[in-house]
Design a protein around this ligand. Structure first.
Ligand code: THU
Length: 160
């Protein structure tokens, strides 16, 4: 047997003012997107903003359903919008922000496991990593240089 270590790294920023101007602009778009989330059940509002290499910014937010599992996360709403409108255009960066009507979200909210899986396929297909920038409503912001760095031992189409 052998043990391995998988290293990943992230940069933590203390707030939006510490981000580069490009990252701050994208995060502001995610914050705006969050405000029109349809989340009457969880009251947890998530916004996602994707910057594409052609300069387009694609927004998404979570959309819930009275049949709870039928809802969808902000990140997948955004990436599927991008994939359907701009199928061959690479993603440069993804920003995510979350807030709640129940309590202040003061920790960074990363994409859920299902979103990581979905997003990873876009990163693999485009053969270029994209930056992921995420925060709650207030507090620190995490920046990673790739989606796959958030998903070690991931499943992909090479297994099929
Ligand atoms: N949610 C997202 O939109 N993105 C995530 O990465 C985590 C969770 C949404 C799904 C659901 O509408 C609400 O947040 C509570 O889980």
């Amino acid at each position: 047997m052998r043990k391995i270590e998988i290293a990943t790294s992230a940069t933590i920023y203390k707030d939006i003012f510490e981000l580069s101007s490009g990252d701050a602009m994208l995060m502001k778009k995610a914050i705006e997107a969050r405000k029109t989330a349809y989340a009457p059940y969880s009251k947890f509002h998530v916004g996602a903003a994707l910057l594409l290499e052609n300069g387009e910014i694609i927004l998404g937010n979570n959309q819930e359903s009275a049949a709870y599992p039928s809802g969808m996360c902000a990140e997948r709403v955004a990436v599927w919008k991008a994939g359907s409108s701009f199928p061959k255009v690479k993603i440069h960066a993804l920003a995510i922000s979350a807030s709640s009507l129940i309590a202040t979200v003061d920790k960074p909210v990363g994409p859920c496991g299902a979103c990581r899986q979905t997003l990873s396929e876009y990163e693999i297909n485009q053969k270029t990593p994209f930056k992921v920038i995420f925060m709650g409503e207030i507090g620190e912001i995490v920046v990673t240089e790739s989606l796959l760095s958030l998903l070690p031992f991931s499943f992909d189409n090479s297994y099929l």
